[in-house]
Design a protein. Structure first.
Lengths: 195, 262
């Protein structure tokens, strides 16, 4: 009888959620609940939930964009450079293309190469058109395809915590990071990185 | 699920004439109330099918039964705010405040999209919705008729506290579509893009974008308040938002014609 009770207790303990384990359900306000498929600059498929565990800086862009998109890459690089090497290791940077028609895997790979984006940290992603709308809605990015093939879009860096919740955003772009946004990135890394 | 759709595809030519829920719309060049600099206000609408009526509570109930992740209480807040289906008695009981033939309301854009995808369809774009809604019973574009405008505006003077009428009570327009005006607001796929301006020098400055974006509304159509109000309301919403008078209907690309069947 006693033994059975202990076995039950052991079972219950095993069933307790362990932070950071993929088995725990995502919080209801997590962007990672979007189950749609993406692929990265090497063509490897992934889902957002696989990015769980590390805070992410996320933005939307497209590779043929002349004005603002290079600035989006510069801005994310600015955040990256303002971090310590240890902090940098625990951050992911995800850029999702608004233009899946033209931004194929080769195009994304070419931009990653030209801009020297470290593949251990940077993901340039494409997905199907319906998913682009959904991601934009989750991140609060507004965009419209223009008649000449360009896009007009609001430009933001969005910070997701390690559970995929939006915790900060900035529309102040440039190589020198928005101080408030950088502070939020550091705070998210500190929370995620202290086991 | 997959087998059902394959079966439906085989039956599609036979069903095409009898597919009562959908109206075929011819599309064409269309003068939109959204007069962006890059389009000059003329949009090309490809032929599309549109559901003749807004989605009802009964239809939405069937959907949440088959897709439990969209039941109230289960749909995550990131996709549907807490007021999602708030007036339903329970997650699977629409109840007296949401009768079977009334249009479903308090659904988020994400939920509406999921519903349409489950029907192998999608939400209409704003251009498609506007194209369909420009017609009256005899004309494809009745918008310049003051009487038509008056009729539509009259809806806005009906107090919103009243119970919603049932779908399908209004006369069909030229395309065989009902209830585009006078019943509920309807989600469109690109609702959040409508006030994004056509000048990409505005990029990166959201306030400026919103400011210039408002300029995308054509002053020529300033009497068409009903449509302008709809644009303003839809573009102010986030994808997770719901309201008591916002529903939806689905659109789809036309099914392949008989000749194409292998």
């Amino acid at each position: 009888m006693m033994a059975l009770r202990w076995r039950l207790v052991a079972l219950l303990l095993l069933a307790l959620p362990v932070p950071g384990l993929a088995a725990t359900p995502l919080p209801g306000d997590s962007v990672y609940l979007l189950e749609d498929a993406f692929s990265d600059q090497s063509g490897k498929p992934f889902t957002l939930a696989e990015r769980r565990g590390k805070p992410q800086v996320v933005a939307m862009f497209y590779t043929s964009c002349r004005y603002v998109c290079p600035l989006i890459v510069d801005s994310a690089k600015g955040v990256e450079h303002a971090l310590s090497p240890a902090e940098r290791e625990h951050l992911g940077i995800l850029l999702v293309s608004l233009d899946p028609m033209r931004d194929d895997t080769a195009q994304l790979a070419s931009v990653a190469r030209k801009r020297k984006l470290d593949p251990s940290r940077w993901t340039l992603a494409r997905t199907e058109a319906g998913t682009v709308r959904r991601v934009a809605a989750l991140l609060g990015v507004r965009y419209r395809a223009l008649a000449d093939g360009e896009f007009n879009h609001s430009s933001a860096l969005v910070l997701l915590d390690s559970e995929g919740r939006v915790v900060a955003r900035t529309e102040r772009l440039g190589p020198v990071p928005d101080p408030a946004f950088l502070a939020a990135v550091k705070a998210a890394l500190a929370t995620a990185g202290s086991p | 699920m997959r087998r059902t759709s394959a079966l439906l595809l085989c039956l599609a030519p036979a069903l095409a004439g009898a597919d009562a829920g959908w109206a075929p719309l011819p599309g064409g060049e269309f003068r939109s109330v959204l007069r962006y600099e890059d389009t000059g206000g003329v949009v090309k609408v490809a032929p599309f099918d549109l559901q003749r009526r807004p989605v009802t509570n009964a239809e939405y109930l069937a959907f949440v039964k088959r897709h439990p992740q969209w039941q109230r209480g289960r749909a995550p807040v990131v996709f549907a705010e807490p007021r999602y289906l708030e007036r339903w008695t329970g997650p699977l009981q629409p109840g007296p405040l949401a009768t079977p033939a009334q249009p479903v309301v308090q659904v988020s854009w994400f939920a509406a999209q999921a519903y349409c995808e489950a029907q192998e369809a999608r939400l209409p774009t704003w251009s498609e919705w506007e194209f369909a809604a420009a017609a009256d019973a005899t004309r494809a574009d009745a918008r310049s008729d003051p009487a038509w405008r008056e009729r539509i505006l009259a809806w806005y003077s009906v107090p919103s506290g009243r119970p919603l009428p049932e779908v399908g009570r209004s006369p069909a327009n030229l395309h065989g579509v009902q209830d585009l005006h006078g019943l509920v607001w309807e989600w469109v796929e690109d609702h959040s893009a409508m006030l994004v301006s056509g000048d990409n020098r505005d990029q990166g400055d959201p306030d400026q974008m919103r400011f210039f974006g408002a300029g995308a509304l054509s002053m020529d159509d300033r009497e068409n308040y009903a449509v302008l109000m709809r644009v303003a309301m839809l573009s102010a919403l986030e994808g997770r938002d719901t309201t008591r008078n916002l529903g939806f209907r689905c659109a789809r690309d036309p099914l392949p014609t008989k000749g194409k069947t292998p």
